[in-house]
Design a protein around this ligand. Structure first.
Ligand SMILES: [Zn+2]
Length: 510
C-alpha cells in the first residue's frame, strides 16, 4: 500500500459552521412530527468527515452514488483534461458543499445550473450552487477541469506517478485529488464509469470490466472504457496508462480476468506473470476462508520499472511495483493484495485509525498461504516474526490499533497486526476463528467497519471476553509476553516463506 501524505494538511475552514455537520450529515432538520414547519437555514456542507487521522478527507452534506470520469490524457506532457459527472443525494439543506480536488476547474454545474467555485484548505473545492440544495435532492454535479497532475503538489507531494510512457493514478489514502473530484473517504463508496482517451498504441487499465472494446477516436486516438458495478472507495479507483501487454481470460466460476504487464519490466516480466497469473487460483483459495469473492472481475497490473515501488489493492485489480519480482515469482504479495479485496475493499475502514483491519488481515493471509504452500505454518511464522523483533525494538512501540496518521503503514501494523490475529486464533480456536472471518466479510460486505465492531463480533462468535487480548496486542506499547515462544531455548528456525514475506512487507510498509 501506500505513500502517505502526512503533515498538517488540515488547517482548513474547520471553524466554519460546516464543522457542526461533521459526522452527522443527515441531521440538518429536526424530526418527530414529520416535516418541520420551519427548517433551519441552509448550511455549508462540512469540509471533512471528521476522520481521526485525516479530518478534512471527504465532505459532509451529500452522498455519492456514481462517478462518470471521462478523461483525455497526453503522455508526452502529462496534461490531463476531463469532465467528471457525479450523481449524489443531498443529506442536508446546503448553501455550499465541498469536493476534494486539486486540478484547475473550468466550470461546475449542479443540476444544469452554473455554480461558482473557490478553493480552501489543502485540497478543497468549494461549490456554491445557484440554487440552495435541499435535503434528499438528487444532484447531478458536472465538473470540467484540466491540469498536470505530476506538477500539482500538496506540501511538495503528488500522489500521481508520471512514468516514461504514461502515468499511474495509484495511491493511498489519497489518490483521487489528482484525477477526479470526489468525496474522498471510504465512508462514501460509489460505482464508476472511467474512460480515457490516449494516443493510439497506449493502453489504459482501470477497475472492473470493459463494457466495450477500446474505441477509435479522431486524431489517431483511442478511448478505453472501464466500468465498476460494485461500491468502491475513492482511493481504490485507479488508472495505469502506458505500454502494457494485456492478458484476458475467464475463471472456472465465470469471472473475467484481465491482467496487464508493463513492457518495461524486461527480465522481471516472467516472474511478474508467474505471480499475477495465479490470481484466480489464489482468489479461489481465499474464498474458501474469507467467504464469497465480493466483486465482478479479477486481475492484476504489473507496473513499470519507473512507477510505484509499493503495491496497492486497487479494487478488482491490484497494482504491483516491480520490486516484488526481483527474487523471482512472489505469490505472497499477490495473496496479500487479493486478501484486501475482502479486508479493505469490500469491508473498508470507517476511519483511517482502523488500518489494522486492512493490513493485519492481508498480512495474516500470507501466513495462511505459507502454511498452505508447505513453506512454514502460521505458528512457525508467528514464532519467527516475534523473535525477529527484540523486546527493546522500536517496532513494539507502535500501536497497530492506533498507529497515528504518520504511521498508518508502519511495519508494526503489518507484522504485529498479523501476530494479533494469530493470538486471536489461538484464544478462540480454529472453529471460531474461521467462522469469524467470513461472518465479518458477509455482515459488512460493501460497507465499513471498526476494530471495536470486529472485537464485538469475535466475542459474539467465541463467547469469550477478548478485551485483554485486543488491548494488549493492538493498544499497548511493548512486546507482549508469549509463553510458547519465550520458553524456546533456541531461536525458531526461519520459515521458507519468510524471505518473501519480509521483502513484501518491506516494500509495502515503511
Ligand atoms: Zn496491504
Amino acid at each position: 500500500m501506500r505513500r502517505v501524505l502526512t503533515a498538517a494538511t488540515t488547517a482548513l475552514t474547520l471553524t466554519t459552521a460546516g464543522t457542526m455537520l461533521a459526522g452527522t450529515p443527515g441531521q440538518a432538520a429536526p424530526t418527530g412530527w414529520g416535516r418541520p414547519v420551519v427548517s433551519a437555514a441552509p448550511q455549508p456542507g462540512a469540509p471533512g468527515l471528521g476522520d481521526s487521522y485525516f479530518p478534512d478527507y471527504g465532505n459532509g452534506g451529500y452522498d455519492v452514488e456514481h462517478y462518470d470520469v471521462r478523461l483525455r490524457y497526453e503522455p508526452a506532457t502529462d496534461l490531463l483534461t476531463g469532465t467528471t459527472t457525479i450523481l449524489a443525494t443531498a443529506t442536508g439543506d446546503l448553501s455550499t458543499f465541498n469536493l476534494d480536488f486539486l486540478l484547475d476547474v473550468e466550470s461546475v454545474r449542479v443540476n444544469g445550473w452554473a455554480a461558482s467555485t473557490s478553493t480552501a484548505g489543502a485540497h478543497e473545492l468549494v461549490v456554491t450552487p445557484a440554487r440552495t440544495v435541499t435535503r434528499g435532492q438528487q444532484l447531478t454535479i458536472v465538473v470540467r477541469y484540466s491540469g498536470v497532475p505530476s506538477e500539482t503538489l500538496v506540501n511538495g507531494y503528488t500522489g500521481w506517478t508520471r512514468t516514461d510512457d504514461g502515468a499511474l493514478a495509484v495511491n493511498e489514502p489519497e489518490s483521487a485529488w489528482w484525477w477526479f473530484p470526489s468525496n474522498d473517504h471510504p465512508l462514501d463508496k460509489a460505482t464508476y464509469d472511467i474512460s480515457v482517451s490516449v494516443p493510439t498504441g497506449v493502453e489504459v487499465i482501470s477497475n472492473g470490466v470493459q463494457p466495450r472494446p477500446p474505441l477509435a477516436e479522431a486524431g489517431n486516438r483511442t478511448r478505453w472504457i472501464w466500468r465498476t458495478t460494485s461500491p468502491t472507495a475513492t482511493y481504490l479507483a485507479f488508472m495505469a496508462i502506458g505500454q502494457y501487454d494485456i492478458v484476458t481470460d475467464t475463471t472456472p466460476s465465470g469471472q473475467p480476468v484481465i491482467n496487464a504487464y508493463s513492457t518495461s519490466l524486461g527480465a522481471l516480466g516472467p516472474a511478474a506473470r508467474a505471480s499475477i497469473e495465479r490470481t484466480a487460483e489464489i482468489v479461489d483459495w481465499e474464498s474458501g476462508i474469507f467467504g464469497p469473492y465480493p466483486f465482478e472481475a479479477q486481475g492484476g497490473v504489473a507496473g513499470p520499472v519507473d512507477g510505484i515501488s509499493f503495491a496497492l489493492e486497487t479494487q478488482t485489480r491490484p497494482v504491483y511495483g516491480p520490486g516484488f519480482w526481483r527474487r523471482g515469482a512472489n505469490t505472497y504479495v499477490v495473496t496479500h493484495e487479493l486478501a484486501h479485496q475482502w479486508f479493505g475493499d469490500s469491508v473498508s475502514v470507517a476511519d483511517w485509525r482502523n488500518i489494522w483491519l486492512n493490513e493485519g488481515f492481508a498480512s495474516y493471509a500470507e501466513w495462511l498461504w505459507s502454511e498452505e504452500q508447505g513453506e512454514g505454518t502460521a505458528q512457525e511464522v508467528f514464532d519467527f516474526t516475534y523473535a525477529s523483533y527484540p523486546a527493546d525494538d522500536e517496532f513494539w512501540q507502535v500501536l497497530p490499533g492506533d498507529p497515528g496518521a504518520a504511521r498508518v503503514f508502519d511495519n508494526a501494523v503489518y507484522d504485529r497486526g498479523a501476530m494479533t490475529l494469530h493470538q486471536l486464533r489461538l484464544a478462540v480456536g480454529d472453529d471460531a476463528f474461521f467462522e469469524i472471518l467470513p461472518t465479518w466479510t458477509a455482515e459488512r460486505r460493501y460497507g465499513n467497519g471498526t476494530i471495536e465492531q470486529f472485537q464485538a463480533l469475535a466475542e459474539r462468535i467465541s463467547g469469550l471476553d477478548l478485551d485483554d487480548l485486543f488491548t494488549t496486542w493492538l493498544f499497548t506499547a511493548g512486546r507482549p509476553d508469549v509463553a510458547s515462544a519465550a520458553r524456546k531455548a533456541a531461536p525458531p528456525a526461519e520459515p521458507r516463506s519468510w524471505a518473501k514475506i519480509r521483502e513484501s512487507h518491506h516494500l509495502m510498509s515503511h
